[in-house]
Design a protein around this ligand. Structure first.
Ligand SMILES: [Zn+2]
Ligand SMILES: [Zn+2]
Length: 382
């Protein structure tokens, strides 16, 4: 059949395997790049949707995503139980490690690093962690942000200098330094796709977040008695387990993905805007958190603020990734493969003709098992 959008002869299917367009929708969606109701990494979802897992874990298929959601939920429940039991030190440790450990399992699961796990993990999570330790130690020497954490009276004194340092200068310094290890990955040529750059950036940001939180909370971790009354800790624990790692991971993810796009010869509004959005979001997160704490606003309000900032960054990542996947998948040759999203055996180019997933977002093992075929627009389903 002939695609309504790109006019290529393609195998029968609901989606065009060359350009990813949904067939029979010429009227509403003339340009396949505008198919915003079907996110290229997970076609069942809309692009503009602040989902965590289908955004920062883009290589996972449907069923795997559920396993990771469950693991995350179990981790959060564990933190809540430790908090209620007054085991705050243990709860802090679980909160700090939860998302980075899930990401490590994801990198293994999707084999994002292919044959070079040590180099890739060292330069992303390891490099990020190293920069995190150095920067946070410097930060603590210049200004200690957590003098009496868990104390409801903290932050009573407002200092403009501290506000500018922690809310403005420090986010910029972090965003400049965090992506460096991922950008200087020695074998980066083996990972040309933007989705790889995004994942490496997120990994570096999570390594940073892990180190930053451990250093920041080292005093609390070493000085708190094992068992105390839970108090206000639940708010800090939520930031520590959810919003802090998601912010640090996703901002660096955007910046590294934008540099990957630049290396592919693409530097447009989306990429420059991405770097600006990442820095702006980090400033909004840190400055907002600091300001609302100084103003003694309800800690619940601070969490809502952090959630809004993180949700916005996640949507930007989806938008950038969606665009990159649609563009990059269009250049793949025909091959026999299995769709990691809908599990159909397909003969396809860049997109699954059945569910519309961009096959550049398939796990590494699936991509490697592709059996190249001559450009034969035969039946899509085997
Ligand atoms: Zn097409
Ligand atoms: Zn599919």
């Amino acid at each position: 059949m002939r695609c309504d959008h790109c006019s290529n002869d393609v195998p029968d299917g609901v989606f065009c395997t060359r350009c990813g367009a949904h067939q029979g929708t010429t009227g509403e969606v003339a340009n396949p790049k505008k198919r915003q109701s079907r996110y290229a990494a997970h076609p069942a979802e809309h692009v503009v949707q602040p989902a965590i897992f289908t955004t920062i874990f883009p290589h996972l298929g449907h069923s795997k995503i559920h396993e990771f959601r469950w693991a995350f939920a179990v981790g959060l429940a564990g933190i809540l139980i430790l908090y209620v039991a007054g085991l705050i030190t243990a709860a802090i440790l679980v909160a700090i490690f939860l998302v980075p450990v899930l990401y490590l399992i994801y990198l293994y699961e999707a084999q994002v690093y292919r044959d070079e796990p040590a180099v890739v993990l060292g330069f992303t999570i390891g490099g990020g962690a190293l920069i995190g330790i150095v920067l946070t130690v410097i930060e603590r020497i210049v200004y200690n942000p957590y003098p009496n954490i868990g104390n409801p009276l903290r932050g009573a004194g407002v200092s403009v200098g501290a506000l500018l340092f922690l809310g403005l200068l420090w986010p910029i310094v972090q965003e400049v330094l965090k992506p460096l290890p991922a950008l200087f990955l020695p074998n980066r040529g083996d990972f040309p796709e933007t989705v790889d750059g995004l994942v490496f950036g997120i990994a570096a940001g999570l390594g940073f977040s892990l180190a930053e939180s451990l250093v920041s909370f080292s005093t609390a971790l070493t000085s708190l008695p094992a068992h105390i009354t839970p108090g206000n800790w639940i708010y800090d624990l939520t930031t520590l387990a959810v919003f802090q790692p998601l912010l640090q991971g996703s901002t660096t993810g955007i910046i590294v993905a934008a540099v990957w796009r630049y290396r592919r010869g693409r530097l447009g509004r989306l990429e420059i805007g991405g770097v600006a959005a990442a820095v702006a979001a980090h400033i909004a997160f840190s400055l907002g958190t600091q300001l609302w704490k100084d103003a003694l606003l309800s800690p619940l309000f601070i969490l809502v603020w952090q959630a809004v900032v993180v949700g916005t960054v996640l949507v930007y990542i989806r938008y950038l990734l969606h665009h990159a996947l649609l563009e990059e998948a269009a250049h793949m040759g025909y091959a026999e493969t299995v769709c990691s999203n809908c599990h159909m055996h397909i003969v396809a180019s860049g997109f699954c003709p059945n569910c519309g997933m961009a096959l550049t977002a398939a796990p590494s093992a699936v991509k490697r098992a592709r059996k190249p075929r001559a450009e034969s627009p035969t039946k899509a389903k085997a």
